[in-house]
Unconditional design. Structure first.
Length: 580
């Protein structure tokens, strides 16, 4: 007879009466399609609660269940785990037993946490099960003392190894370079682990979208991107670059011995109360490996088309476009302008039981319930075009193509739209009218464009001025001219713009969050005539502004400046002025 540890999670849940055998079979089929963990699949399907899965996992691993909110823990036990470590890994140290430290875990699915805590504390660890909300309350109630910061941890490491200039160079770049075992040992130094954890915690707390580890000839720095702008958070000794890079690579199961070729990986973490997806990319450079970690906080991402910042008339027009049974809806803009988020929001709007949606993406940035998502893998020939051909044989109603990069993909997308499918995709152009020119330059026939394309949405993201510290002012003539402010606004006595001052609420940056600027071009009959004549972008823009009432990105920005949402600096930095 199988022991509890050998039994499957699904069987335990069935025995506990949480789910039925039929529901388990259904969940296992869904798991084979999505590749997700069974517990997460069951929760997403609404067949059980997260706590049911946590309890079953604890039973599977032989852990006891504890209610940490009813425990009084001694200070010497609390101090064995530092506050930032407890918050990062969502654990609560509760007692010692037979010389081992017992910690309650919010996520018993991640048993590697026990090994990491053992390395950090120098003590054997035993896991116990608790509720995520209870662990959060425990940390808030018991860790009132000041938490660590990156600089103090760096100083600890330098003090421990001695002379910063000599010993760190030896530690980071000499004997260990050719020895993978030494690299692993280096990456598991408690201070190295803490530094990486603190960087991740700082980035998530400050809503950063990226973390950059950058190695130069003389120095090494770590920067995070907040609302599209990079900020330096620390500059460790250069010799530490190898140790910190190896730690990141171990976290995402990369080959730490391979430093000559780029590597890509993806990891999922629960940091505090946030479920985080991190895409990690390494790149060999002249002076060491550059590492970029792209962060997606699934708890904060907005996939509601109502909350993206559309003006009411734009929102109505977009909903009409994506409600059509066929056609192509394109979202354009540079990298980082929020195109994929807009497409996800449109899919969420369209996602119904009666509709089959399939996406092909590179990479899959957000997992969506009840949407079939396919990851492009060009190294094995699974390109957007190849994937799109196969998707059309799966009888979808709606198809999302991550990006139209070439004529072949464009032609298949057109074919899909003409055979009764709604196709959503992106293209890299600077404005909506230029998208028409780009499609023509790709040698797509004008009649195919006019028969399939329904609308083009160009967009940018600009930072939102902090409402706690913003101040208003009257712009001078030079600023109004530079912005291209229409004459009817210039003599308005109540005309006011806003600027950022900086305060504790916005971490003295002056901005909090970003909002979209949108330029919507709808393909109607007169515009079809212009496309068939291969009209230039400025001609398309003139028509759309005069006949459709389309506002350019710059004009959208001016409206948001007048509303006190953003600043002229942001608009000038992210939009172009057109005089046609």
């Amino acid at each position: 007879m199988a022991t509890m540890k050998e039994r499957n999670l699904g069987d335990i849940l069935v025995d506990q009466g949480v789910i039925s055998p039929l529901e388990l079979d259904e969940a296992l089929q869904r798991q084979r399609l999505t590749g997700d963990m069974l517990g997460r699949v069951l929760v997403k399907m609404g067949l059980c609660e997260e706590q049911d899965v946590i309890d079953a996992l604890g039973m599977q691993s032989g852990m006891e269940k504890v209610d940490v909110t009813k425990l009084k823990v001694a200070d010497d036990i609390l101090r064995k785990v530092e506050p930032d470590v407890a918050k990062f890994y969502m654990i609560a140290p509760i007692r010692e037993k037979d010389g081992k430290l017992v910690v309650a875990m919010a996520n018993p699915m991640d048993l590697s946490v026990l090994d990491t805590i053992s390395q950090l504390t120098g003590q054997d660890i035993v896991g116990a099960i608790s509720n995520p909300q209870d662990v959060t309350v425990f940390i808030k109630n018991n860790y009132a003392f000041e938490s660590e910061n990156i600089e103090s941890t760096l100083k600890e490491l330098i003090d421990r190894v001695g002379d910063a200039e000599l010993t760190l160079e030896e530690l980071g770049t000499q004997e260990i370079v050719g020895d993978v075992d030494n690299l692993v040992q280096l990456a598991q130094e408690p201070e190295v682990i803490k530094i990486v954890n603190l960087v991740l915690l700082d980035a998530v707390t400050k809503r950063a979208s990226d973390i950059h580890f950058e190695v130069y000839e003389e120095d090494f720095r770590i920067r995070i991107r907040i609302d599209g702008v990079l900020h330096e958070i620390t500059s460790p000794p250069k010799a530490l670059s190898l140790a910190l890079t190896c730690r990141v690579k171990i976290m995402c199961n990369m080959d730490i011995g391979e430093r000559r070729l780029p590597q890509d990986a993806r990891i999922e973490l629960r940091i505090g109360d946030s479920d985080i997806d991190i895409r990690v990319s390494t790149l060999p450079t002249l002076f060491g490996e550059s590492v970029v970690m792209r962060i997606l906080d699934r708890t904060t991402v907005k996939v509601d088309v109502e909350k993206l910042g559309f003006e009411p008339n734009q929102l109505k027009a977009i909903k009409n476009c994506i409600a059509r049974p066929n056609g192509i809806f394109l979202v354009t803009g540079p990298t980082g302008s929020g195109k994929t988020t807009t497409l996800y929001a449109c899919l969420a709007e369209l996602n119904e039981v009666a509709v089959k949606i399939i996406t092909t993406e590179d990479p899959v940035e957000l997992k969506m319930d009840r949407v079939v998502q396919v990851q492009v893998r060009e190294e094995v020939g699974l390109t957007f075009a190849a994937c799109l051909r196969s998707i059309l044989r799966q009888d979808p109603d709606i198809v999302m193509v991550g990006e139209i990069r070439d004529l072949e993909t464009a032609q298949i997308a057109v074919e899909a739209s003409l055979t009764g499918h709604l196709v959503l995709s992106t293209l890299h152009t600077n404005s909506a009218p230029e998208t028409i020119t780009r499609l023509l330059d790709m040698d797509l026939e004008p009649f195919l464009i006019t028969s399939s394309l329904t609308a083009v949405l160009a967009q940018r993201l600009v930072r939102v001025v902090c409402r706690h510290c913003r101040t208003s002012y009257k712009p001078d003539e030079e600023e109004m001219t530079l912005l291209g402010l229409p004459e009817e606004y210039r003599n308005e006595p109540k005309l006011r713009f806003w600027k950022a001052e900086g305060c504790p609420a916005c971490d003295y940056i002056g901005y909090m969050g970003r909002v979209g600027l949108f330029e919507l071009l709808v393909v109607d009959e007169p515009l079809c005539d212009l496309i068939n004549q291969k009209a230039l972008a400025y001609e398309v823009r003139q028509y759309a502004r005069r006949k459709q009432g389309m506002r350019t990105l710059r004009e959208e920005g001016i409206i948001k400046c007048l509303k006190g949402i953003t600043t002229t600096d942001e608009i000038l930095a992210h939009t172009d002025k057109f005089d046609d």
